[in-house]
Design a protein around this ligand. Sequence first.
Ligand code: SAM
Ligand code: SF4
Length: 332
Amino acid sequence: MQSGLLIDRRGRIARKLRISVTDRCNFACLFCMPDKKNIKFFRDEDLLTFEEIHRIVKIMTRLGITKVRITGGEPLLRKNVENLVKMVASTEGIESVDMTTNGWYLGEKAKVLKESGLRGVTVSLHSLKRERFRKISGIDALDKVISGISKARDVGLSPLKINTVAIKGYNEDEIPMLVEFAMEMNASLRFIEFMPLDGLGIWSQDMVMTGQEILEKIRQNYRISQVGRAKGETSSLWSVEGRGTIGLITPISEPFCDDCDRLRLTSDGKLLSCLFDVEYHDVRSMLRQGKDEREIARFIVSSVWKKPDGIAYMPWVKNGWERPRSMNAIGG
Ligand code: SAM
Ligand code: SF4
């Protein structure tokens, strides 16, 4: 098979794959899955096994995927996830494996993850105030997450990033503090605009701190200069007084769909070519029906071809979308 075959109708070529390994989480972030009692989670037998994920990764690597990010739900809830990291990281053609995590188990897992071949880690942190952290993420875990970040840095997981969803009325006053904290930790902070992917449907345009509004807050305390957005990257980067970089991820105010090079694999084995797509491509059924590699590859190629144009071209997403799912089930 040749690489570069994961091309869609608009000519975008996929190089990155985000793999969700579970839809479950020990947190309950208000913008993701606050109402856990009413979520129907996948059954264990619905989840792809590590061997199944590895098979898909091998096929997709031959089609051009080079970078993998493991996510969830909370990926560190998946038992022995480091074994999957090892399998994926040693796959021919894979250049890097990173992970996005809420940080709860990072203190105990960082070392084994590093030894298993994980390159970098992105830890989500939405407040530095204990009570507010609890209010946003549904758990009293600020100290534990901070020590998880320190541990990740100490074992050399790199790049080390912090993700903050900036929400009006919740944490916009902490933006400069978070910038300072990240620089002290030698981490690169990413502010993400709140997207309408929350399970409860609390999203409204009024709650979104746009990239520009975030920059204004940062400028009140720091001199910043634009670095720019590399092709295919979600973050537009800024240098903060030469001491560190921050990134803005602006799917709402300035979407970056035109050069998107990402695909997603849900924990129950569906390929999703866009966060805002409504068509799931069932790769798991093909595996479990015993289809051979060529048939699965053809299916993946034709699924990617149908990738939607993106949120930039889907005004309904921003105007009262009916939220077919929440972020934990997609794999953020
Ligand atoms: N549990 C892990 C974590 O929180 O980092 C990984 C999964 S989480 C779904 C991936 C990323 O999506 C996190 O950084 C999280 O803050 C972000 N996220 C979740 N819901 C979001 C939303 N509605 N809008 C923007 N970002 C969101
Ligand atoms: Fe869990 Fe991450 Fe969703 Fe928060 S954002 S509820 S930590 S999956």
